[in-house]
Design a protein around this ligand. Structure first.
Ligand SMILES: NC(=O)c1ccc[n+]([C@@H]2O[C@H](COP(=O)([O-])OP(=O)(O)OC[C@H]3O[C@@H](n4cnc5c(N)ncnc54)[C@H](O)[C@@H]3O)[C@@H](O)[C@H]2O)c1
Length: 435
């Protein structure tokens, strides 16, 4: 009898689950995109492996529910959705301020929930993310730091070693300039302000370039009325961060009062021949009428400030785990495809190269801690209270290094040089004197 039960049990354990209930929380801008990508991944990647997804969505807005494809069941609130079916996989795409209460409800009602795919930021505050950390640790988690799926990083990984060889070897990181923002003064979606936007630039520097544990050293911020659903938020920061891992500085200007969208991260390196190499990455720019990311590599003569652009391209080969052309080539689809593939692969068989492209719980918590420093209580951030003025929009602090006059280029390099810190002298350890 006991043997018989054990046989059944073993057999069950060996049978991987083939059918999954997915609940998408929020069918707004992002939720709709996730659902479209998930349906495509289900059809083209999972179905051939005998895996099926049953997708449902929750949204309080009737218009959002009406825009869903007929095959997606929809509910006006979480209670109704959870009463109808407990999900195996949940995808969080509610507005930021709703994430924590929705996570609490989800974990209470669904002890068997297996995976969480989440829009950034995980929660509005780090303390909330810490509160649900034990529940998240029991499950698979992947957070969508969407820019990290950009093909510019793959191209940079190919090109940087070549440039290193040309300049005598050993490119030493000097620092970063990052610009991230747009005009959100007329946006009617709820917003917590630029901390939400900053996740992207900071996680690019921390995760993609490896200069993690970013802490703010100093900065200025503006806080006040931004738009109808962001009535008292930090809407602009101009701050210096430093990586606790590598000591490299990052100058970061983020704003919701830019006159148009700007998303650029520039990494500077000192080359062995004393020139400076800059890798400039622009995200979500228009190229041939399409949304694209751009990679430029510049070599700078540090003494004259003269910039020579060595490479300028718009790479479009997004790694999403499928052969080129099978799935649509956007970054949301890459997030969904790579996350589901990673989750559905037994942990011991997961491909570390694929996992390295995803933000797991540790990466999500780390970036949450970094972003959390952008708050009015942080004494390192001088915050002034002033409402945003849609008539007076700003330009980003840094233009492309390729468009900057030589004197400005020299000034920008000197600013980064001035932020280089020698490693603090370490006094030799002496054993305590015993009497
Ligand atoms: N990764 C990225 O690049 C990126 C870009 C934009 C937004 N986001 C994030 O995605 C999330 C969603 O943003 P969005 O732009 O899709 O916003 P949105 O306002 O378009 O969509 C959110 C939807 O959730 C619904 N909703 C919110 N709270 C609810 C609740 N308690 N019950 C039922 N329905 C509820 C709203 O009705 C709305 O339709 C946010 O966390 C945002 O920060 C990420």
């Amino acid at each position: 009898m006991t043997e018989h039960i054990r046989d059944d049990f073993d057999q069950q354990a060996q049978q991987p689950q083939k059918h999954f209930h997915v609940l998408v929380l929020g069918a707004g801008v992002m939720g709709q995109r996730h659902i479209a990508s998930m349906r495509e991944v289900a059809e083209k990647i999972l179905a051939p492996r005998g895996i099926t997804l049953d997708i449902a969505a929750v949204d309080k807005s009737e218009a959002a529910r009406a825009a869903l494809p007929p095959a997606v069941k929809s509910y006006a609130d979480m209670d109704a959705a959870l009463a109808a079916q407990k999900p195996d996989i949940a995808l969080m795409a509610f507005n930021d301020d709703q994430h924590i209460s929705a996570f609490r409800k989800l974990f209470d009602a669904c002890p068997d929930l297996k995976a969480v795919l989440a829009e950034k930021p995980l929660t509005e505050h780090l303390r909330e993310a810490r509160e649900i950390e034990p529940e998240l640790r029991k499950r698979y988690l992947s957070m969508n730091t969407v820019a990290n799926f950009s093909p510019v990083f793959d191209r940079l990984r190919e090109e940087l070693p070549k440039l290193e060889a040309q300049t005598g070897g050993n490119l030493r990181p000097l620092g970063f300039e990052a610009i991230w923002g747009k005009n959100r003064t007329a946006d009617t979606r709820p917003s917590i302000g630029v901390p939400s936007e900053s996740v992207h630039a900071l996680s690019i520097i921390a995760d993609m370039f490896g200069h993690g544990r970013l802490s703010m050293e100093a900065g200025d911020a503006r806080k006040g009325y931004l738009s109808t659903k962001a009535t008292d938020v930090i809407y602009e920061i101009d701050a210096t961060f430093r990586s606790g891992k590598t000591g490299v500085p990052a100058l970061f200007h983020a704003s919701y009062v830019f006159e148009s969208q700007h998303r650029t991260v520039t990494a500077y390196y000192r080359a062995a021949d004393n020139s400076v190499v800059a890798a400039e990455l622009d995200f979500d720019v228009k190229h041939n009428g399409q949304n694209a990311d751009r990679l430029r590599l510049h070599r700078i003569d540090a003494s004259s400030g003269k910039v020579e652009t060595l490479l300028d391209e718009y790479p479009d080969k997004i790694v999403n785990g499928a052969p080129q052309g099978v799935l649509r080539g956007d970054r949301i689809t890459a997030f969904i495809s790579l996350s589901l593939t990673d989750f559905l692969t037994p942990p011991q068989k997961r491909d570390p190269a694929l996992a390295a492209r995803l933000s797991n719980l540790d990466a999500a918590l780390e970036v949450q801690g970094e972003v959390e420093q952008i708050n009015p209580q942080n004494r390192l951030l001088r915050t002034v209270q002033v409402d945003a003025d849609p008539q007076k929009l700003d330009k980003p602090k840094y233009t492309s290094i390729a468009d900057a006059p030589a004197d400005e280029v020299k000034g920008r390099l000197s600013a980064l040089e001035a932020l280089q810190k020698p490693a603090p002298p370490r006094p030799a350890w002496k054993p305590p004197v015993r009497h």
